[in-house]
Design a protein around this ligand. Structure first.
Ligand code: NOJ
Length: 584
């Protein structure tokens, strides 16, 4: 079975595909993606060359926040299938050599979760309410929220519950929408429950978990008001990145350690690098998402700084970096790179800027070669491999994202990156749903996506899909790629060039990305392995990247020895390449 290759550290250099179930493929024709759709497309993912699939939440959920409001952590949303379907899917994926990572949402659940229903029905001070944050209100009649905290989705972070007799009662905390009550991680019930949930899924063959909102779980039990005037100093925030959150991950690491090769990956947005690195201590998480890279503008100097900072931060922990260009919370990368401002910020999503899709696509093609050449693991958000753009013109009445609704439309929200995938054909639903499906896709697809279907792009050497397929194939086959050291090369302004050199005497790979406005000379090489666009003789045009084969004479043994010294040696990389040079 291919899945057994590479042993326990498969995740150190893996290519992980983020699969957003409701928008991937609809097997039953109801306009929403499902597990039957995924099963039918596993050969597509295997041929694409990914090592693992991370599923955004697949549990029963009223989907107030697209499934990040979980009503039952040990089951599958009936709209997606059954637990038996999930078991089958996990097994079939393993047979294709693809591992399964699921999303665990521990900060909050759905207001339909049985524990929250029981808490609403119970009295103030009860054990049922102790699992959440219920508090009396302030002011006359308790009519004001217990403190001034704001929801991350906009509006207050507290909602007043009704007592069982229908009168207004205590308030409960929700850092996201009112339909997502926060768990109280001071409650032993909550701790035991999540450890059991981890065991439930690891026992079913799940290979890893992505931990949602991982830095938010613990709160200051005194629930103090947020002081006016900006963010508190690191470590003093009442609900972000508190020191006591690390106890949770130590116990989760121990749970994961009872199973072979399981990985814990944290969704952690923190500005402070030192605080962020603490999650990677050897007895905590294996990896964390690299949001500074995802948010970085298309600028050589800034990208190099982020890459260096990322590697410096991971080195002491011996943890591999992750490299992410997009996900279901951020603007699609071809749109972002096609704007005048190519950076991304969660709090300043702006769809009013003009987008040059041709430019954005050219840059996104270059960015994927840069990203996949960096040391560590890489994430591909579904549709990125097709070059899909952010759909900015979804009619307001069809938008589902609570961010759009809770900000009164001031923030367009995330629906534009979640539109169902185009697979084939020339009209919506582009093969997303079966022929003669009863329903339209749950979000409308642009008619222009007829040029971006899997069917259209397959076999077109210039398509984004064929670029991703080639890049993933080479990345998997090249001993220099994945986990291991890298060495920057001297390069003209605006050009990023670095070497990846494997152990032994074989040649390495040189990655060159031109972010400058003028063509750049290619550095020494023996052949071009892959380029994101046409080369101009021996020159690399603007917004283009190339992977170059280097022979032993291009870098020389001295350079390879230096690489090993800087990068800390080939240990984990060798482990990843244990069998036949394959990563898993
Ligand atoms: C982060 C998830 O990625 C996002 O989609 C979700 O809305 C929030 N956490 C709340 O669960």
């Amino acid at each position: 079975m291919p899945i057994h290759r590479g042993g326990g550290a498969w995740w150190r250099g893996a290519a992980v595909y983020q699969l957003y179930v409701q928008s991937f493929a609809d097997g039953d024709g109801d306009g929403t993606g499902d597990l039957a759709g995924v099963r039918a497309r596993l050969p597509y993912l295997a041929a694409l060359g990914v090592d693992a699939i991370w599923y955004s939440p697949w549990y029963p959920s009223p989907r107030s926040d697209a499934g990040y409001d979980v009503a039952d952590y040990r089951s599958i949303d009936p709209a997606f299938g059954t637990l038996a379907d999930a078991d089958t899917l996990i097994g079939e994926a393993h047979a294709h050599g693809i591992r399964t990572i699921i999303d665990i949402v521990p900060n909050h659940c759905s207001d339909r979760h049985p524990w929250f229903r029981a808490a609403l029905a119970a009295a103030p001070g009860s054990a049922e309410r102790e699992r959440f944050w219920f508090r009396p209100g302030r002011g006359p009649g308790g009519g004001l929220p217990p403190n001034n905290w704001r929801s991350i989705f906009g509006g207050p972070a507290w909602t007043r519950a009704r007592s069982p007799d229908g009168t207004p009662g205590e308030w409960y905390l929700h850092l996201f929408s009112p339909q997502q009550p926060d768990f109280n991680w001071g409650s032993p019930d909550v701790r035991a429950e999540f450890e059991d949930i981890l065991r439930f899924w690891f026992g079913r063959g799940v290979d890893g978990v992505r931990i949602d909102s991982a830095a938010l779980l613990t709160k200051d039990p005194l629930l103090p008001d947020m002081a006016a005037g900006g963010e508190p100093p690191p470590g003093t925030h009442p609900f972000v990145d508190r020191d006591d959150v690390h106890d949770i991950y130590r116990s989760w690491r121990a749970v994961a350690g009872d199973y072979a090769g399981r990985v814990l990956t944290g969704e952690i947005w923190l500005p402070d690098a030192t605080r962020y690195a603490r999650y990677l201590r050897p007895d905590e998480l294996h990896t964390v998402f690299n949001f500074p890279y995802l948010c970085c503008p298309w600028d050589a100097g800034e990208l190099r700084s982020v890459i260096d900072a990322t590697l410096a931060l991971h080195a002491p922990a011996g943890a591999p970096a992750t490299w992410v260009l997009s996900n279901h919370d951020v603007d699609r990368v071809v749109s972002r790179y096609g704007r005048a401002d190519t950076s991304f910020g969660l709090d300043r999503r702006d769809h009013s800027q003009p987008v040059d899709l041709e430019l954005g696509t050219r840059r996104a093609r270059a960015a994927v070669l840069l990203t996949m050449a960096l040391p560590g693991s890489v994430y591909v958000y579904q549709g990125e491999e097709l070059g899909l753009w952010e759909v900015e013109d979804i009619p307001d009445e069809l938008r589902r994202d609570p961010i759009f609704h809770r900000t009164g439309g001031a923030d367009p929200g995330r629906d534009g990156s979640r539109v169902p995938l185009p697979w084939a054909g020339t009209e919506p639903p582009f093969g997303f749903s079966p022929p003669q499906a009863a329903a339209q896709p749950w979000l409308p697809q642009p008619k222009e996506w007829r040029d971006l279907t899997v069917e259209t792009e397959t076999g077109d050497a210039d398509s984004m899909l064929e670029l991703y397929r080639s890049a993933l194939r080479i990345r998997r086959a090249e001993p220099a790629f994945g986990d291991g050291p890298m060495t920057w090369l001297p390069a003209p302004d605006g050009v990023l060039a670095f070497d990846r050199v494997p152990g032994g005497d074989g040649g390495g790979v040189r990655c060159v990305t031109n972010l400058s406005p003028v063509a750049a000379e290619l550095p020494a090489h023996t052949s071009v392995l892959l380029a994101s666009g046409p080369l101009d003789g021996g020159r690399l045009p603007p917004d283009t990247a190339a992977w170059l084969r280097t022979g032993p004479t291009d870098g020389g043994p001295g350079l390879r020895a230096a690489n090993r010294a800087v990068g800390g040696g080939p240990g984990p990389r060798t482990a990843n390449r244990a069998v036949g040079g394959a990563r898993n």
